[in-house]
Write a protein that binds this ligand. Structure first.
Ligand code: PCA
Length: 200
């Protein structure tokens, strides 16, 4: 049976909620062909590496879908690339704000997602859920964890494990008025189900 690891982040930047966590909490899937394993990551540069690498070692997943929130967009962002830089515009949840620092001193400049992002996009298009292929996951903790996971898999020569990052917009309970870009929770959960199916 295939094992799928799905992670989400805790709220950050003084917010009460994180869209990725809301979506993951509401995912209800039971399948005979695959198992879903979830993990909540802290929005902290320093600690995510140990947490995620320990989980990958223990679980040995086939697929890793990393989720995060990207506010002020109404599309799901299918991240294509992670770059070797931390450059935080705000503090993380431990109060750290690295500026212009490489994630891995001798690491590759960038790694590409190994999730089937074009196939995922086509699947989301077919059910009218807005998504884009994004060529930057930013330079905050989401890019950081995407880079670290792809680096870790390369170091371990684990090319059989596919992994990548997907940013979700705010859900409706996070916004003050309807003009703020968001994607309703129900649609976001449906999107995650569709993403999982497209990865299999
Ligand atoms: N979004 C942030 C970090 C945690 C999250 O959900 C980011 O885009 O880096």
């Amino acid at each position: 049976m295939k094992k799928i690891l799905i992670t989400a982040f805790d709220p950050f930047g003084g917010q009460q909620k994180n869209a990725s966590l809301e979506v993951l909490k509401h995912l209800e899937i039971s399948s005979k062909t695959y198992q879903i394993h979830t993990l909540i990551l802290p929005t902290i540069f320093q600690t995510v590496e140990d947490i995620i690498s320990a989980k990958i070692d223990i679980l040995s997943p086939d697929i890793i879908i990393l989720l995060g929130e990207a506010g002020l967009t109404k599309e799901i962002r299918l991240e294509r690339v992670a770059i070797n830089i931390d450059d935080a515009r705000i503090k993380d949840n431990l109060g750290n704000q690295p500026i212009d620092l490489p994630i891995k001193d001798k690491g590759e400049n960038a790694y590409f997602s190994t999730l089937p992002i074009k196939k995922i996009k086509a699947a989301l298009d077919s059910i009218n859920i807005p998504s884009i292929i994004s060529n930057s996951a930013g330079t905050f903790v989401c890019n950081h964890v995407m880079y670290l996971v792809l680096h870790y898999l390369q170091e371990k020569k684990a090319s059989n494990i596919v992994a990548g990052f997907i940013h979700f917009p705010y859900v409706e309970s996070q916004i003050k008025d309807e003009t703020t870009p968001h994607l309703p929770l129900k649609q976001s959960v449906k999107a995650l189900e569709t993403i999982i199916e497209a990865c299999l």
